[in-house]
Design a binder for this molecule. Structure first.
Ligand SMILES: [Zn+2]
Length: 251
């Protein structure tokens, strides 16, 4: 059976001399693997459309156990990301996370839109990489069924106090009066950070990137979103380690 879909190429793995396997976040089938035959010869018509980080129109032949790429035409290459090592590293982390989290065999419109919107912003300089990492991690966890409840205190319902704590293991917040200390990891939330968590949880994909936070608060918010992501994935990611270990100019 031949299917037409659109997808973001998450990674590739060379096979033999001319073929490769690609992992794709497809609109209609979630994350799938497909073999691209003869793609590494210079004459291949599907060479560009099967490069990692390309968003492509795909025609796939669905075999018994895997897909074969019949055609792949680039819709968006996110070229500007490739010119910057920090952006490239961050995009690789996004791709690795998506490959791990998004299920197969179901439509993935929400995941795909989140990925494409984030990469589009990463292409421009209108949002910082750290801001995009924060928003992407949080919304990805929300989409994949780990949406925390940050509306009010998990114990008493208080929603407007001065001091709250976020408990990543349970995905809840508690007010100062109800906060339990002890062994559990928890993050103290000042008002702007809690407001940002609430906004990212509730905002649809159109509004998601429309908020601002000052630099220190953003760095702290990112500590929370990264911890939450890795905790619920139950693992670390090489691409994240690489991104974090990049030499950066002193601030
Ligand atoms: Zn409470």
């Amino acid at each position: 059976m031949v299917i037409k879909t659109q997808g973001l190429i998450l990674k590739q793995r060379n096979v033999g001399e001319k073929d490769k396997f690609i992992t794709v976040l497809s609109r209609d089938r979630g994350v799938i693997e497909a073999s691209a035959r003869g793609v590494r010869s210079v004459k291949s018509k599907i060479l560009s459309g099967t490069q990692p980080l390309c968003f492509s129109d795909l025609t796939l032949y669905e075999g018994k156990s895997s897909f074969v790429v019949n055609d792949a035409q680039v819709l968006e290459s996110f070229y500007n990301i490739r010119l910057d090592i920090e952006k490239t590293a961050l995009a690789s982390y996004f791709c690795e996370l998506l490959g791990f989290i998004v299920p197969s065999e179901e439509e993935a419109e929400g995941y795909l839109r989140l990925a494409l919107n984030t990469l589009s912003y990463l292409c421009t300089d209108s949002r910082s990489p750290l801001f995009l990492k924060t928003v992407f991690e949080w919304k990805l966890m929300c989409l994949s069924g780990f949406a925390p409840d940050v509306t009010g205190c998990d114990s008493c319902g208080e929603s407007d106090g001065e001091e709250f704590y976020f408990y990543p293991a349970e995905g809840v917040i508690r007010c100062r009066g109800c906060a339990v200390s002890g062994e559990q990891v928890r993050f103290a939330l000042v008002k702007p950070v809690l407001a940002a968590l609430r906004f990212m949880t509730q905002a649809d994909l159109k509004r998601l990137f429309q908020f601002k936070l000052e630099e220190k608060a953003l760095a702290y918010l990112n500590t929370i979103t990264e911890y939450y992501t890795l905790y619920h994935c139950g693992r670390g990611f090489h691409s994240l380690d690489f991104y974090k270990n990049l030499p950066r100019a002193p601030q």
